[in-house]
Design a binder for this molecule. Structure first.
Ligand SMILES: C[S@@+](CC[C@H](N)C(=O)[O-])C[C@H]1O[C@@H](n2cnc3c(N)ncnc32)[C@H](O)[C@@H]1O
Length: 269
């Protein structure tokens, strides 16, 4: 969810609904990789800081096309990427041949016990069965190992982007209580079974992209992918209307999108 659907506030309520939405990623790797934003390098520095500055052996879980993985590769001792979508992983392998990939699920990791120092999960934890995934992540981490959950969410100062986010996520309201939407307040750090919470931090950053690419980006979001063609067209038309009306975007072909990336770290008990 960067300003997108794959955010902590977007978790489908039932396992069946979650599986249906998650399946939208299965065949959408190329568009996902082209249009979705990456992460600031500082994300990886904050994760490493939880282990005294060293990443060690890392698993990027729910790695998708490797948007976070590419910051880990070359900085960690070894990087493994797991995702249920072979299509997403094919994009990752084309960019990052040194990364070992496995098609797999967070709830049944195809890795030995105590084999990793860090597990990262970017824009994906909401797709997992929380308890089963937490148990598996704890199993594959070495003693003292770190889990890092990363979310990029709308920056509250970017009203038009936030308005588009709301259009893409009609069943849920972002509210004003999640950490990233109330900058200055603490990041929400949900407790996870088997883990001690270390830190929750905000990183503010921005990027420029064309209006066309911004709209294409929304077309890669699970809720739009799962909706009917008329509903998807209506949502995108609503976004065009927001961009036409906001003084920060009206008449502009190049948009400055502000993001907030939350980095939440945990240590296995
Ligand atoms: C929004 S994408 C995030 C991809 C990547 N981490 C990023 O930040 O660009 C969510 C990813 O979670 C994966 N996913 C969905 N359910 C999963 C599960 N149960 N276990 C592992 N990954 C899952 C999807 O296939 C998809 O690649």
């Amino acid at each position: 969810m960067t300003t997108l659907a794959d955010s902590p506030t977007d978790t489908p309520r039932t396992p069946a609904a979650r599986a249906e939405l998650a399946a939208t990623f299965l065949g959408n790797g190329a568009n996902y990789d082209r249009y979705r934003p990456g992460f600031p390098l500082e994300t990886v520095r904050r994760i490493a800081a939880a282990r005294g500055g060293l990443l060690g052996d890392v698993l990027d879980l729910g790695a998708g096309t490797g948007k976070l993985t590419e910051l880990l590769a070359g900085r960690a001792d070894a990087v493994t990427a797991i995702d249920p979508s072979a299509d997403m992983l094919a994009q990752l392998s084309a960019k990052l041949p040194s990364v070992t990939t496995h098609v797999g699920l967070a709830e049944a990791l195809p890795l030995p016990d105590s084999s990793l120092d860090v597990v990262t999960v970017a824009q994906a934890f909401h797709w997992f069965d929380r308890d089963a995934a937490s148990a598996e992540i704890a199993r594959v981490l070495r003693p003292g190992g770190v889990l890092a959950i990363v979310w990029t969410v709308p920056d509250p100062r970017c009203a038009w982007d936030r308005a588009c986010y709301r259009l893409a996520h009609p069943p849920r309201d972002l509210g004003d209580t999640t950490g990233a939407l109330a900058l200055g307040g603490p990041v929400h750090t949900p407790a996870l079974p088997g883990f001690e919470t270390l830190r929750g931090e905000h990183l503010q950053w921005s990027e420029h992209l064309t209006r066309s690419d911004y709209l294409q980006r929304w077309g890669t979001v699970s809720t739009l992918l799962a909706s009917s063609a008329p509903d998807r067209a209506a949502t995108l038309a609503g976004m065009e209307a927001i961009l036409d009306a906001d003084p920060g975007t009206a008449g502009r072909q190049l948009l400055k999108v502000r993001h907030v990336t939350e980095v939440i770290t945990y240590r296995v008990r």
